[in-house]
Ligand binder design. Structure first.
Ligand code: PGA
Length: 251
């Protein structure tokens, strides 16, 4: 049975004080959600204080990005080992904002993914189509292409250590959530791809999160889908009640 993962992507929000406060608020109530993995991904500069704030609770901390090299002359970049060093155990990779705003390619995501696994982090790899692609009926091809290219060269064992996130780009930050059927269709396709490239046992193990305007009021229907194993939440992860409301929807 796959354990649900409810992950907050704080993006470039909060300051040090509010980040610590939010983390403390979530950690203080984490014990109410014993069957669910809770994760917060603050801006990297706040990972250390947030990791301190959740220490002793079941809340995990993750990065929102990393560089694929381990160290060296890469001004402004952060390695997987550095994320680990300050308390992160997860890292989000290939988020659509990084793909579109920072020009990250599937090949970049793949290099980061292999480096993240080598660093002992649990990567969350994001895939998702833009509105034009959906309207043109291209969603399955887009997802297949992102899947094969972003995950190229992963061993079966590495695949089981990786989390996938389906984030339709048209649903991110727009308030326009995918319907449960739309989400389930792509999640089921992703699981079929896992079975095709690995095997059915591995396909059944890998968690696939939904992301895009998920909030407490729409989470239950999404999480109820057989292939939706949790959420990657942006806007609604910035308030304790709203974030934990999503976790409660999975109980
Ligand atoms: P949103 O963002 O929940 O604000 O739509 C989701 C994400 O980008 O991970």
């Amino acid at each position: 049975m796959r354990k649900l993962l409810i992950a907050g992507n704080w993006k470039m929000n909060m300051d040090r004080g509010s980040a610590v406060q939010l983390a403390q608020g979530i950690a203080a109530r984490a014990a109410e959600f014993p069957g669910i993995d809770l994760l917060v991904c603050p801006p990297s500069i706040y990972i250390a204080p947030v990791a301190d704030a959740v220490a002793g609770s079941a809340v995990a901390v993750g990065g929102q990005n990393m560089y694929h090299q381990t160290n060296g002359a890469y001004t402004g970049e952060i390695s997987g080992a550095m994320l680990q060093d300050v308390g992160a155990t997860y890292v989000i990779l290939g988020h659509s904002e990084r793909r579109t705003l920072m020009g990250e390619t599937d090949e970049d995501v793949n290099a980061k993914l292999l480096a993240a696994l080598n660093a002992g982090l649990t990567p969350i790899v994001c895939v998702g189509e833009i509105l034009d692609q959906r309207e043109a009926g291209q969603t399955p091809q887009v997802i297949r292409s992102q899947f094969t290219r972003s995950l190229a060269g992963l061993t079966a064992e590495q695949m089981t250590q990786t989390v996938l996130a389906y984030e339709p780009v048209w649903a991110i930050g727009t308030g326009k959530v995918a319907t449960p059927d739309q989400a389930e269709e792509v999640h089921a396709d992703l699981r079929k791809l896992l079975a095709e490239y690995y095997n059915n046992a591995i396909a059944q193990q890998v968690r696939i999160l939904y992301g895009g305007s998920m909030k407490a009021s729409n989470a239950a229907q999404l999480i109820a889908q057989p292939n939706v194993d949790g959420g990657l939440i942006g806007g609604a992860s910035l308030k304790v009640e709203e974030f934990l409301g999503i976790a409660r929807a999975g109980m």
